[in-house]
Ligand binder design. Structure first.
Ligand code: NAI
Length: 469
């Protein structure tokens, strides 16, 4: 085989693409991955999950130092913020992880091409470098994993200085005195939390009359209460109609979602976080005859194949939740299918985590979904107030809620707001995968003292027999 002939060419090296490439190579396919960015890792590693989690972690330390250390008997002089050092640490984390993927590509013999991947025909991909140089690749199969981009808001032109997308909000050179956030979704709450902790006054505008749609309503209500206590201000049921950069900062125009008088708010910066859209620019989908739906998503069948034989798609560019771990699992599945195995993703057991503090995490059905489907269910709830590990660490806010089928006791959904909820949800995902009952969780020994005991107690509470509440 020549240097440009492959069994599989993956376009995009985000969590979907790089995982698909590695798994395919592990299974013996001669694999290449085409990435237009210099570093590998896509949005998640470069300007998404990883840098935001680094800043969330740093800013959490800062908030704890300012608000909680004294209670632990830790005293120091004046608390100072070195934002440049915090940003440099974030960059270092990103750099190490993106290089980690390059290492994994070498180890697994995945060939990496830098440039925009364009599909010229089934089995043919051109790598277009920035200077215009093109390299023609041939591939038995192609996987599109080109990800997503920031959803634009009409009337609001992102300049990444004062009018920011998540990318700009991850690299501000100084803490804005006043930050407006449009959208009370995952990005709005995570990055709103970062800048609030570092001292900004933060106002979050949300079109709906609740935050964190489509999470469980009770969870979202609990989250709003806690985040409000932390100083985030919410304007719910309003739509932002314009944001204009001025000398003083940004003027934001908003009105009631159902219509009403226009109001304005002046902030130093505004973050637009109203969702993401599939990214297919320059891919050549039309020419290749690959169909997309009304939302611009690449259409696929149950085996991730598009309407064109030999062209597959996974991750944010196709239907379903725009989550790195969903993309990863699809990457594994498509590689296994291409290698003749039975790749599969269980879309009913994909966790969602919001990395605020406390964290907010869920897997399975919400109460609203169960009600709408007419499913009879039982609820078990346990508060972290009554969890001994929470007492020792001082993390007393939040609860675990388990929803189980009324007749069979099978776990249908788990919703957690609390310390390390993003880790605790792993156990719940496993319970869903194994078709566990609430009693199975309740009878599983959980280490003491641990936050996980709150999960066990919530499972006991499903039968009204929690011990510590
Ligand atoms: P989102 O879809 O989570 O939330 C956007 C919010 O903006 C919605 O609540 C919507 O009602 C609101 N909105 C839309 N137009 C508006 C307007 N004109 N005025 C006021 N509010 C308006 O989108 P987000 O937060 O931008 O995140 C994008 C994607 O990235 C999501 O799919 C999310 O799951 C993913 N993500 C996941 C993370 C995680 O797993 N921890 C972290 C960050 C992003």
């Amino acid at each position: 085989m020549s240097d440009t002939a492959f069994d599989l060419v993956v376009i995009g090296s985000g969590p979907g693409g790089y995982v698909a490439a590695i798994r395919a190579a592990q299974l013996g396919l001669r694999t290449a991955c085409v990435e237009k960015r210099g570093p590998l890792g896509g949005t998640c590693l470069n300007v998404g999950c990883i840098p935001s989690k680094a800043l969330l972690h740093s800013s959490h330390h800062f908030a704890m130092a300012g608000q909680e250390f004294a209670e632990h008997g830790i005293a120091f002089g004046k608390l100072d913020l070195d934002l440049a050092a915090m940003m440099a640490r974030k960059e270092k984390v990103v750099d190490e992880l993106t290089k980690g993927i390059a290492f994994l590509f070498k180890k697994n013999k995945v060939t990496h091409f830098t440039g925009l991947g364009r599909i010229d025909a089934p089995g043919k991909v051109a790598v277009v470098e920035e200077g215009g140089k093109e390299t023609a690749l041939t591939a038995k199969n192609i996987v599109i994993a080109s990800g997503s981009d920031v959803a634009p808001l009409p009337g609001v032109a992102i300049d990444e200085k004062k009018i920011l997308s998540s990318t700009g909000a991850l690299s501000l050179p100084k803490v804005p005195k006043r930050l407006a956030v449009i959208g009370a979704g995952v990005i709005g709450l995570e990055l709103g939390s970062v800048w609030r902790r570092l001292g900004a006054e933060v106002t979050v505008f949300e079109y709906l009359d609740r935050i964190l749609m489509p999470m469980d309503g009770e969870l979202a209500k609990g989250a709003k209460k806690i985040l409000t206590k932390q100083g985030l201000q919410f304007e719910l049921g309003v739509k932002v109609t314009a944001a204009k950069a001025t000398k003083q900062g940004v003027e934001i125009a908003f009105e009631a979602a159902k219509g009403g008088d226009a109001k304005t708010l002046v902030a130093d910066a505004v973050l637009v976080a109203i969702g993401r859209v599939p990214y297919t620019e320059g891919l050549g989908l039309e020419k290749a005859g690959v169909a997309t739906d009304a939302k611009g998503r690449v259409e696929i069948d149950a085996h991730f194949q598009t309407n064109v034989k030999g062209i597959y798609a996974i991750g944010d560019v196709v239907r379903g939740a725009m989550l790195a771990h969903k993309a990863e699992d699809e990457g594994i599945a498509v590689a296994e299918i291409l290698a003749g195995q039975a790749g599969h993703v269980n879309y009913d057991a994909i966790p969602g985590v919001v990395y605020t503090w406390p964290e907010i995490a869920a897997v399975g059905k919400t109460e609203e979904e169960l009600k709408a489907a007419g499913v009879a269910y039982k609820t078990g709830k346990f508060p972290f107030q009554a969890n001994s590990r929470g007492r020792t660490s001082g993390d007393l806010e939040g609860f675990v809620k388990i929803l189980a089928d009324e007749k069979t006791d099978r776990v249908l959904g788990v919703h957690i707001i609390g310390p390390a909820a993003g880790e605790l949800i792993g156990e719940a995902g496993l319970a869903l995968e194994f078709g566990a009952s609430a009693e199975d969780i309740a009878r599983t020994c959980h280490a003491h003292p641990g936050y996980g005991e709150a999960v066990k107690e919530a499972a006991l509470a499903v039968e009204g027999r929690a011990i510590h509440a």
